[in-house]
Design a protein around this ligand. Structure first.
Ligand code: GLP
Length: 261
């Protein structure tokens, strides 16, 4: 079962995950982090950056793999996930840019961009800790409902709801790319530890489906139920539709401290 942790607010969630990542890097200097975009993981990156400022450590060998990228945005576009990861993660944390991988959304090499990315992930030894957000459609990365649990990195079409949700980052809704390249659910499931975060009432239904719903391709988030090490970090509104919430709280409250997440 996924471990459910209900935190007071985003900031507390960010600090919890950041401290776990810090311990991971202390144990393995070339840790491979799975990096998510979107607003959800920002408190994790902010807390980690703050912790590294307060108590510096060598992160020069840490590697990072982004979950997804838009197809067809010009290089350096302010909303390409390469740009976003550089701005929100690489620079604030002081990571080595050459150690950061983002799927290649350039339209000239799409035919092999997915398999290239899978090869790079494999050569790195796989992801140690994958940070995940979840879309209102239940998507992980950009694996929209219907995505196979065995899928690998490939080009997909964005669901209308996801394009509408991401329109806030673009000048007009029509500017949101129609296609993306995303790690598959099969790729994501290979990561050794999945940490799914969700904040706010608009994520409550997707979280309920991911954690307690049937395992079905119609709810890509439910793929987490097939993984042996999953932590789901939620604020109260995002946890509100979970039926077994009291039980999850009880488990967390009685967890041996040495176990971490
Ligand atoms: C985005 C990303 C996902 C992210 C999700 C939720 O478009 N492709 O990786 O988890 O949608 O975004 P947010 O965290 O902003 O709600």
């Amino acid at each position: 079962m996924a471990e459910i942790v209900v935190v007071e607010n985003k900031r507390a969630g960010g600090e919890l995950v950041a401290s776990t990542i810090r311990r991971l890097i202390e144990a393995k200097a070339d840790t491979v982090l799975g990096l998510a975009t979107g607003s959800t993981p920002l408190p994790v990156y902010a807390a980690l950056a703050q912790s590294l400022r307060k108590d510096p450590m060598d992160v020069s060998r840490v590697r990072g793999f982004a979950l997804d990228e838009y197809v067809g945005l010009p290089a350096g576009h302010s909303e390409s996930y390469r740009t976003v990861i550089t701005r929100d993660v690489v620079r604030p944390l002081g990571l080595t840019p050459a150690n950061i991988y983002v799927p290649n959304g350039d339209t000239t090499s799409l035919e092999h961009a997915g398999s290239d990315y899978e090869r790079a992930l494999e050569a790195a030894g796989g992801v140690d800790l994958q940070i995940l957000g979840i879309g209102r459609t239940g998507h992980l990365g950009f694996n929209e409902p219907g995505s196979s649990f065995a899928s690998l990195t490939r080009v997909k079409t964005l669901a209308p709801k996801s394009r509408a949700d991401n329109a806030r980052f673009f000048a007009s809704p029509d500017d949101v790319p129609m296609h993306c390249i995303t790690q598959g659910l099969g790729t994501i499931r290979r990561a050794r530890h999945l940490v799914l975060l969700a904040f706010g009432a608009e994520k409550a239904a997707a979280i309920h489906a991911a954690v307690e719903g049937p395992v079905t391709a119609s709810q890509p988030g439910s793929a987490i139920q097939l993984h042996e090490h999953v932590t789901v970090v939620l604020d109260e509104p995002a946890a509100a539709e979970l039926s077994n919430l009291d039980y999850y709280r009880y488990i967390w409250a009685n967890k041996p401290v040495w176990q971490g997440i």
